[in-house]
Design a protein around this ligand. Structure first.
Ligand SMILES: [Fe+2]
Ligand SMILES: [Fe+2]
Length: 213
């Protein structure tokens, strides 16, 4: 991460903390929004080498800020509208930090439209938009998805290894192992890795628990 992006992430962490949204946005206290933004930034960085035609700075800044709209969300409505709300927030931030209007406008567009997953396969979707959506979808799947499920199950009043296993099996990765929604070459390969890991983990856990014996 370069110095500018580190500063941006620090500012994002402060904006989210000051907004107080973490107290109501998610019932799982370990699911930090700012950490999600950082991890998506990392996914985008890993994908970028296969698409040298993408504007890396536009992709990375958009990914880092993509969920910033949550700071304007209300308890009653939850995350609803955070994409559109985020567009104006990131535009203001960038203009106040010396970025030119054209760049700020492009980032604002990508942030405001990051939930439109149907655009992943549309022929005229900009590559930066595709990578942002891929990065968002890769987070909390695979190893982290398993940890999320296990931690969430551990917070239940009634806990069992079997109910945790059942939760792992509800994942789309498990239910539809042949579906790969990614578009770019690297993201597609990462998705397959996550599917293989998830399936192998469920198999191993079933063996550990003596299921089907
Ligand atoms: Fe989002
Ligand atoms: Fe996100």
């Amino acid at each position: 991460m370069n110095e500018t992006h580190v500063q941006m992430l620090n500012d994002i962490r402060c904006m989210i903390a000051d907004s107080g949204v973490e107290s109501f946005l998610d019932s799982n206290p370990f699911r930090s929004r700012a950490d999600h933004l950082y991890r998506c930034y990392c996914w985008a960085k890993r994908i970028l080498p296969c698409r040298p035609d993408a504007d890396a700075e536009l992709t990375l800044v958009s990914t880092l800020f993509h969920d910033i709209g949550v700071i304007a969300c209300k308890e009653k409505t939850g995350k609803e509208g955070h994409d559109v709300l985020g567009g104006d927030i990131v535009k203001d931030y960038l203009l106040n930090h010396g970025y030119d209007a054209a760049f700020a406008e492009k980032v604002a567009y990508l942030v405001a439209h990051h939930q439109q997953r149907e655009l992943l396969n549309a022929p005229d979707t900009p590559i930066e938009h595709i990578i942002l959506m891929e990065a968002d979808m890769l987070d909390e799947r695979g190893a982290l998805g398993v940890v999320w499920d296990a931690m969430a199950e551990g917070a239940q009043e009634q806990q069992s290894y079997e109910s945790t296993l059942a939760r792992f099996k509800k994942r789309k990765l498990y239910k539809h192992p042949d579906r790969n929604p990614m578009v770019t070459e690297i993201a597609r390969e990462i998705w397959w890795e996550k599917v293989r890991l998830h399936m192998a983990f469920v198999d191993a856990l079933e063996k550990d628990l003596g299921i089907n014996e």
